[in-house]
Design a binder for this molecule. Structure first.
Ligand code: SF4
Length: 361
């Protein structure tokens, strides 16, 4: 195992650029025909597990990762084997459009203790606004059905709805969140698409809607019918915010061509953009400047200043930062109530239980 000096809490591996959908917000070139080489995945996992820190999250995505199910299984099996030596608490999860799911895949996920995130945007109009088949048809009915199947097969803590908010549908965040819950999900990851024109009004609408979502979560706690944001589990894992300043901690990715980059630049348009955001690769290793720097150090202050250079991918930052900040304040409030209110302590107990069952040796 390669020892690495900076903590990588989360590693994302994009298995392929192929996909069964043509979501209108997605920048991935689906005609590129790329598939991650197993050897590159092994090098990335080696670096990841060889880095400091006890809790490790490995996210497998695409394109559509289930189009490479054999590769996915091989990577999971390798990561589990490598972790026998590393002895970390390792959570492996797969992000899917939901379309290829079937009973056999869900059974495999359950047996191998692999989590699942299904991209689902709640209401039909919002979901079909961007999540479409190659012929333009909306996928709401199909993904809704597959979500119901996943809800029946997987435990609450292993299944997440990946609810990605588009700026043009920001005014419906609260209503769509309720639709996500109506589909049977209890854990929701609210994300914001990048590069699609978040202006002041759409950010304002998002903020309003997200505040309502948090009030709904609070009501769920007091009623004893718990609803969770996925960030809450992460907050119990990443307890030291200091580390967030280093991009290796949570933003490290490998693209299907075996190169490393930092979120949200895994997929970019064209060779010119790619050259600006790549930071090394499985074969040649990390770029020299990242090999031995350590956090915190004077170099860290300007470390990513020259990195986040693609303006069109920056516009999702405002709602994303709002989501993070508000969720954090909310969850701190929950933790403060634990000592005096059994409903809040039961809620936090449940999140801890989800963390312990997901992050396994
Ligand atoms: S220079 Fe950047 S990558 Fe290196 S340790 Fe500091 S923050 Fe992390």
């Amino acid at each position: 195992m390669t020892e690495f000096n900076k903590e990588i809490q989360k590693l994302k591996l994009a298995l392929t650029s192929d996909c069964v959908l043509r979501c209108t917000h997605c920048f991935i070139d689906k005609s590129a025909g790329l598939t991650l080489r197993f050897e590159d995945a092994v090098r990335a996992i080696d670096l990841f597990l060889g880095s400091p820190g006890d809790y490790k999250r490995l996210e497998l995505y695409g394109g559509e990762p289930f189009l490479r199910f054999d590769l996915l299984k091989r990577i999971v099996s390798f990561a589990r084997r490598a972790n026998r030596k590393a002895r970390k608490r390792l959570f492996i999860t797969v992000a899917t459009s939901g379309v290829p799911l079937d009973e056999a895949k869900l059974a495999w996920l359950r047996e191998n203790r692999v989590g699942l995130a299904v991209s689902f945007s709640g209401g039909r109009v919002t979901h079909d606004f961007s999540r479409v088949f190659p012929d333009g048809r909306g996928t709401h009915a199909v993904v809704g059905g597959k979500s119901a199947l996943a809800v029946r097969h997987l435990r609450v803590g292993s299944l997440v709805a990946l609810f990605c908010v588009h700026p043009r549908r920001a005014g419906r965040v609260y209503e769509d969140f309720k639709e996500v819950l109506a589909a049977g999900f209890f854990v929701v990851d609210v994300e914001c698409v990048h590069g699609h024109g978040w202006d002041r009004e759409s950010v304002r609408l998002f903020r309003e809607g997200f505040d309502k979502v948090l009030r709904l979560v609070d009501r769920s706690i007091r009623a004893g019918r718990f609803v969770f944001l996925e960030n809450f589990i992460e907050m119990l894992v990443c307890t030291s915010r200091d580390k967030f300043g280093c991009p290796f901690y949570r933003d490290f990715e490998m693209y299907p061509d075996g190169v490393y980059s930092l979120y949200p630049f895994g997929f970019v348009n064209g060779a010119a953009d790619a050259a600006r955001v790549r930071i090394g690769g499985g074969v040649k290793g990390l770029d020299k400047r990242f090999r031995s720097c350590s956090y915190p150090s004077p170099a860290c202050a300007g470390c990513t200043r020259g990195y986040y250079v693609l303006e069109r991918l920056r516009d999702g930052h405002a709602p994303y930062a709002y989501r993070n900040g508000r969720a954090e304040i909310f969850f701190k409030g929950v933790l403060e109530k634990v000592a005096d209110d059994r409903r809040y302590s039961a809620y936090v107990r449940e999140i801890r239980a989800m963390r312990e069952s997901a992050y396994v040796f």
